[in-house]
Ligand binder design. Structure first.
Ligand code: HDE
Length: 714
């Protein structure tokens, strides 16, 4: 039963030990049926004669086929496509003044975690680079039970009340008559809904930004979104927003790249996470708290319970309190990543909910969905979902029960079973809910304090750099341009103008449309014939902050090139010494340089030595790399010039604003491409040192180049 996965050696956490008893591996073992009977032939069914009919008696065939027939389970209704990894969380400093949770007070602990990243709208087989929100779910296996932080890579959500979630998802999913488009928001039903539901606009503008097309799961922020509570030993509550800050910085690809990556590698993000962990480049995030004392609840121009609002970091700074490291790939995708069941209601003492109406609805949904997805209330017994501490209660039976509960009693109170299991007092770690005072009428209403729909999308747009704003203009133009109903397009343009006039003007230009003075078609027709239209109108736009730097990716860089993929373009006869120097230099800084040659197999350097080719240029694409290096060597460069795809690599790299280094004859590849117009570019390095090139790569992109590079017809 020992597992030979090399990752296995890297972890000895309590969760790892807990998983060990469920691991299976057939190495050096005989094949058996599920009943443990050794199998002698798994290729031929039992027949009445060599050419005769198959016998019903063949229990080996029936078992094999029956199990296969039932291999699939329903995919997640949202967040179906994802990728997971194991790791651990370590605390920097005790947060006991805010919370009594052991995970946030005991700095000696190394709490095991399992994280799943995902896209939202697409099905399980869709492409990774869809323009979409990314899920960022973390299961902490704490000593006091499981705590799930089920967040996204954007700090706000589309809607304010759980009641609207099915509408939002039905609008963005493929249109029901044709089941098109897959994993794409650029279609009529989504924009019909967004333009009629202005509370969506804040999350929507984030989706139009580069945050929706990340370079890597490892280079995204994560957010718990809702305001939660931290409860300390004295029972005092503080409001908290959770943030994950990636140590590799926050980076994205361009839309043109995203489209091309769709074709070049649909598993781009999943592969990237897997490869980085296999290579020992363990992704890391710091966990941040934004703390608001209970008494400051009403101090802001927005409501802390409104999940479409963020708290700007200038108003409440993020305190980094610990670090998460992902260091082990799963052993089995289905058993772990597919069967992991997250739930925002999985909390431990020291944490609690707020009345955010979106969070409250989620507390119902996640158990319910596991029942249909995993098929039984015993989903907590699936190895990946089990806590690392003991579970004792009077719940019994149901489909696929694994636990063999002993004893006569399964009720409380009991005397026959000695009153066991006992209840835990608060001092013994028993969970008690925060005693929030409630004195209210029962109403089906939205609070007036939720009515401002435009201030924060406007703040987001104002806080971005010019290149980021340009990407947003392009994204709106593309998405709305895909809609076919004129009234939907007009209404969209109208609401964008409410966010920012200049933005709407630019989008209107791309669409060939004027910004409408008012929405022609009566909105109440869409909302419902007898709806009170006034009640559905957003409130007045406010301006409580001109800019928030933390919203722009320009301020979220790191100087690391760890795990960056660099293509070394060569043909036979390349300058071996210079290339090996460059390769070694980049590897020392943690990058992953790959030899991309005009052919597969091995490639000869100028010293006639064979070097292993990582990929022939015909089998790969420039969009799969972060930077490019072309060494000298007359013969090598000639071979590259004869290979049209090598020129395409350079032109696309320029267009996507990536760093390029050339040495000696390698410069000819610039001369023979659009590179000739970019020789003075800050991220084009001609006969420069490794350190200069590395610095350029760490910039991720030279966005200064973009306006000019956009014109390259690559
Ligand atoms: Fe989810 N969401 N959600 N969601 N969500 C699910 O649960 C739901 C929301 C998020 O990697 C489902 O196990 C409702 C906000 C992530 O396994 C389902 C509402 C945020 C994941 C569900 C929301 C999220 C899910 C589908 C509105 C960010 C993937 C499968 C009230 C804070 C978890 C599942 C994973 C998954 C319901 C809103 C994040 C159906 C009803 C806000 C990251 O239960």
């Amino acid at each position: 039963m020992k597992n030979s996965n090399k990752n296995q050696k890297q972890s000895n956490s309590s969760k790892d030990k807990n998983l060990e008893q469920f691991r299976e591996e057939g190495k050096d073992k005989k094949m058996t049926t599920n009943q443990g009977v050794k199998v002698n032939d798994t290729n031929n069914s039992l027949k009445a004669g060599e050419r005769g009919g198959t016998l019903l008696e063949d229990f080996i065939l029936r078992e094999k086929i029956t199990h296969f027939d039932h291999e699939r389970i329903p995919e997640r209704i949202v967040h179906a496509r994802g990728s997971g990894a194991h790791g651990y969380f370590e605390l920097y400093e005790s947060q006991e003044k805010y919370t009594k949770a052991g995970i946030f007070t005991d700095t000696k602990r190394k709490t095991p975690v399992f994280v799943r990243f995902s896209t939202v709208a697409g099905n399980k087989g869709s492409a990774d680079l869809a323009r979409d929100v990314r899920g960022f779910s973390t299961k902490f296996y704490t000593e006091e039970g499981v705590f799930d932080l089920v967040g996204n890579n954007m700090p706000i959500f589309f809607i304010q009340d759980a009641m609207k979630f099915p509408d939002l998802i039905h609008a963005v999913k493929p249109e029901p008559d044709r089941d098109i488009p897959q994993a794409a928001s650029a279609h009529d039903t989504f924009y019909d809904f967004v333009s009629l539901t202005t509370e969506t606009l804040h999350n929507h503008i984030w989706v139009m930004s580069d945050r929706a097309i990340p370079r890597s799961y490892r280079m995204m922020e994560g957010f718990g979104i809702h305001t939660f509570r931290l409860i300390n030993k004295e029972g005092k509550s503080h409001f908290v927003k959770f943030h994950w800050k990636p140590l590799l910085g926050v980076h994205s690809v361009t839309w043109d790249e995203a489209v091309k990556i769709h074709g070049a590698d649909t598993d781009f993000h999943r592969r990237d996470l897997w490869d980085a962990i296999e290579a020992g480049h363990y992704p890391e995030w710091e966990l941040g708290f934004q703390i608001v004392p209970e008494e400051d609840e009403h101090k802001f121009d927005f409501d802390l319970l409104d999940p479409t609002k963020l708290i700007p970091e200038e108003m409440v700074p993020v305190q980094r309190i610990g670090k998460m490291t992902l260091n082990r790939n799963p052993d089995n995708f289905f058993a772990e990543t597919e069967q992991v069941a997250f739930h925002p209601g999985h909390l431990v003492p020291g944490l609690d909910f707020t009345n955010d109406p979106l969070l409250q609805g989620r507390l119902f949904s996640y158990t319910d969905t596991q029942l249909s997805r995993l098929g039984s209330p015993n989903f907590h017994e699936i190895p990946i979902n089990r806590p690392v501490n003991e579970v004792h209660n009077n719940q019994r039976d149901a489909h696929m029960r694994m636990t063999v509960n002993k004893g006569k009693t399964a009720y409380f109170p009991n005397s026959i079973g000695g009153g066991c299991p006992h209840l835990a007092k608060m001092a013994e770690g028993g969970f008690t809910s925060y005693e929030e005072r409630i004195d209210a009428k029962k109403v089906r209403e939205r609070s007036e304090s939720f009515s401002d729909h435009f201030s924060q999308p406007a703040l987001f747009y104002r806080s971005l750099k010019e290149w980021e704003k340009n990407h947003i203009v392009d994204a709106y133009t593309f998405e709305i341009g895909k809609c076919t109903y004129d009234h939907v397009k007009k209404r969209m343009l109208y609401v964008i103008a409410e966010i920012d006039k200049d933005l709407a003007k630019k989008v209107g230009k791309g669409l060939g449309m004027e910004i409408p003075k008012e929405i022609e078609e009566p909105v109440n027709q869409a909302i419902g014939a007898d709806a009170d239209v006034k009640k559905h109108q957003p409130g007045k736009k406010k301006n409580y902050l001109e800019k928030s730097d933390s919203l722009s990716q320009t301020h979220l860089k790191s100087d690391s090139i760890v795990s960056r993929k660099i293509a070394i373009l060569v043909g036979d006869g390349f300058d071996g010494e210079a290339t090996m120097n460059m390769k070694k230099g980049l590897e020392e800084k943690g990058a992953m340089p790959k030899i991309i040659a005009t052919h597969g197999g091995t490639v000869k350097c100028d010293k006639n030595k064979d070097h292993k080719v990582d990929a022939a240029i015909l089998t790969t694409e420039s969009v799969l790399f972060d930077a490019f290096y072309v060494p000298g060597g007359e013969k090598s460069v000639k071979a590259l010039l004869d290979e049209p795809k090598a020129k395409k690599f350079i032109n696309e790299a320029l267009k996507h604003c990536k760093a390029i280094a050339v040495e000696k004859e390698g410069e000819q590849l610039l001369d023979e491409t659009y590179g000739k117009d970019f020789k003075n570019d800050a991220c084009v390095f001609i006969n420069k040192k490794v350190a200069d090139f590395a610095h350029g790569i760490a910039q991720h992109r030279n966005w200064e180049r973009e306006e000019k590079a956009k014109k390259i017809p690559a």
